[in-house]
Ligand binder design. Structure first.
Ligand code: AMP
Ligand code: MG
Length: 348
């Protein structure tokens, strides 16, 4: 298929491209658009055939449900089959538009293709003017997963999207690089205690400030428990080369990584190291990519997917990664890294 690609400026949006893309959505086509988290591949959420086209374009398993993106509260009320709870209202007021996805009982207006057969639906309002205008002009909620080929790291730049999806979607709206760089936090508020099903752009610490008690789904941290969020069970975000994460006290991590470099050099492997600003100059005889400063988990989040993709461009054979602290955005970063590494961790 021929993909139309348009460059837009979020601060001065050319509405003729938005109108054209909104027509594509209304006719049942697929449009990639920027959001503050990562780029999304969208289709009309109330048209089952249109939604199926997303799964085909990405090669996504059909049991992995999609998040519905909305531009106004009416679209939320149309999508959910329950009145808004007090908790939901508080969260919406504080975090929307923004990187928080909430799980509600679904309404009959949302086809089961969107929710992969579940009776719940995931909804968020993105904090990006191009995304909001597209949804508003389309006049329908837009179902949109990340705009990468299934299994690959999520796209945080138009360049990543074009690499993965040119020829597989109708339209790509290019904006700036994604500000946050990891996906939204998925929060289940249907039970007694709100539970994080996927850590993301809104942190556990921020949610606790509004809600008090917040659980984390145990399926996120060990690979023996099945996660509650269907998408979290898939290996994901993976660069082509196998990756291992080294966890422990900083000096020992450095030593262990240099030892692994030396061993793998003997096997004639091209070695990639995922390091930080503080450590990037310490490793010899390898390709080092820095995620950002250890002190700045936001910066690391905004770079992690780009860094994972760069290892593919550099054609490394094996990757060793330094673990990062799981506070603030570090929780989301380590979740993506663990999955990229297929839970391959070395403790030192
Ligand atoms: P993506 O759109 O690629 O960022 O993936 C969407 C994420 O939201 C996946 O991990 C899904 O499993 C999760 N998700 C979507 N809908 C639901 C739902 N109804 N219940 C639980 N998780 C969901
Ligand atoms: Mg995804």
């Amino acid at each position: 298929m021929l993909t139309k690609i348009y460059q837009l400026d979020e601060n001065n949006i050319d509405m003729k491209f938005i109108e054209e893309a909104a027509n594509v959505i209304r006719r049942g086509g697929t449009v990639v658009f920027p959001t503050e988290t990562v780029y999304g591949i969208g289709a009309n959420a109330i048209d089952a055939n249109a939604v199926s086209a997303i799964f085909t374009a990405k090669g996504r398993p059909s049991d992995n449900p999609l998040i519905i993106h909305i531009s106004c509260i009416d679209m939320l009320l149309y999508s959910i089959g329950e009145p808004l709870s007090e908790k939901a209202e508080m969260l919406i007021k504080k975090f929307w538009p923004g990187p928080l996805t909430l799980i509600f009982k679904k309404s009959s207006g949302i086809p089961l293709e969107v929710t992969a057969g579940l009776d719940t639906v995931a909804v968020r309002m993105p904090d990006n003017k191009i995304a909001l205008k597209l949804i508003e002009k389309s006049g329908v909620p837009i179902a949109a997963p990340s705009a990468n080929l299934s299994g690959k790291p999520s796209p945080t730049s138009a360049f990543h999207v074009i690499n993965d999806l040119e020829g597989r979607v109708d339209t790509i709206l290019c904006g700036k690089d994604s500000r946050i760089g990891v996906e939204s936090t998925v929060l289940d508020i249907s039970g007694d205690v709100p539970t994080i099903l996927r850590p993301g752009g809104v942190t556990l610490e921020q949610l606790k400030q509004v809600l008090g008690e917040v659980y984390i789904d145990p399926g996120l941290t060990d690979n023996m428990t099945v996660p509650k969020s269907p998408g979290m069970k898939y290996s994901h975000y993976a660069p082509s080369a196998p990756m291992q994460i080294i966890v422990g006290e900083a000096d020992r991590v450095e030593k262990k990584i240099q030892q692994l470099i030396d061993e793998n050099r003997l096997l004639h492997k091209k070695i990639g190291i995922l390091a930080t600003e503080e450590t990037k100059n310490k490793y010899k005889n390898c390709t080092v990519i820095s995620m950002g400063s250890r002190e700045n988990t936001k910066e690391i989040a905004s770079n992690i997917f780009k860094a994972l993709r760069e290892f593919d461009e550099k054609k490394v054979d094996i990757i060793f990664a330094e673990a990062v602290d799981e506070k603030d955005m570090g929780l989301a970063v380590m979740n993506r890294m663990r999955k990229a590494a297929g839970f391959h961790m070395i403790e030192v």
